[in-house]
Design a protein around this ligand. Structure first.
Ligand SMILES: [Zn+2]
Length: 151
């Protein structure tokens, strides 16, 4: 059991799934394949890979693909995420993906980071460490009146 509360067995399973997901990566422009594996409550793992586009801004990261796949199948509660990308040093999720994760996961949510070539050196961190001050849904409240902006 690591400090993030996930067992080494689960950790290894998720890293393996993230590496497998990276094989499907469509990354002809960056040549930077990334895979993600999201463990949902109940044990199902949702894989995702980065999908690039000739119109670069339409590219979607592996992490968001995994989250959107899971959410589109009715999942809302997640236990851990593994991300596999980079060589030598494990790739970190981008800010957009961390924000999407923070919609469903708290600051203690485990994120396992692995490079593509050294999965045995994967490290587990928390979502809160990667995005300490996420914009949360509690900050978006229905207003009875339009908020007037003072200038
Ligand atoms: Zn991203």
């Amino acid at each position: 059991m690591s400090r993030t509360g996930i067992t080494t067995v689960v950790r290894a399973r998720l890293v393996k799934a993230a590496l497998e997901a990276a094989r499907a990566s469509y990354s002809p422009y960056s040549r930077f394949p990334v895979g993600a594996a999201l463990l949902a409550e109940g044990g199902k793992v949702y894989g995702g890979c980065n999908v690039e586009n000739a119109s670069y801004g339409l590219t979607l990261c592996a992490e968001r693909v995994a989250v959107f796949k899971a959410v589109s199948e009715g999942r809302r509660t997640f236990k851990a995420l593994a991300v596999a990308g980079g060589r030598g040093r494990a790739a970190r999720p981008c800010g957009a993906c961390l924000q999407v994760l923070s919609e469903f996961c708290g600051p203690d949510f485990p994120v396992i980071l692995s490079s593509l070539d050294k999965p045995g050196k994967a490290v587990a961190v928390t979502l809160g460490e990667l995005l300490p001050q996420a914009f949360k849904k509690t900050e978006v409240r229905r207003q009875k009146t339009v908020v007037r902006i003072k200038n």
